[in-house]
Design a protein around this ligand. Sequence first.
Ligand code: ADP
Length: 170
Amino acid sequence: MTTITLVQGDITQETVDAIVNAANSSLLGGGGVDGAIHRRGGPEILEECRRLRASHYGKGLPTGQAVATTAGKLHAQWVIHTVGPVWSASEDRSDLLASCYAQSLKVADDLGAQTVAFPAVSIGVYGWPIEDGARIAIRTVRDADVPAVEEVRFVLFDTRAYNAFVDQLG
Ligand code: ADP
């Protein structure tokens, strides 16, 4: 059974086995939580991302997929990078957002990570409506079969996102 916990704060301050990054497909850094993770984690993470781009992910990491690197100076063993979909009013991309959580958890489970911290993927610059993003996040984690993962901790940066996750957790 995976326990879901919610905290409001900065994910780069968490001590867990794996920290999930809402990356972009270039894997080469960006704004928001991605920028914060690279800033605090130091250059080792970017170096490993560059190596991934030079090997398995020449065209970048596809939306909905996940890949692990070192966590550098963060208080974690791994950063799991996942690429959320950009919100679209005309196309339902919910499956891709669910896939970010499911694939990140699969990577975590394969690594043997017992504690995993997630940000609210796609809810920032990518424009996903907060309530719906929270619903998909909680539902997908509840449905996941990941025996190694004992705790999934959602780390929400602001009060609005935190409250949306509290409402969905019920
Ligand atoms: P995306 O491009 O997937 O939307 P963003 O990084 O823009 O990713 O935003 C995703 C969520 O992460 C937003 O709710 C944003 O407020 C939040 N966020 C930004 N910085 C941090 C941080 N240091 N820790 C946790 N969450 C963060």
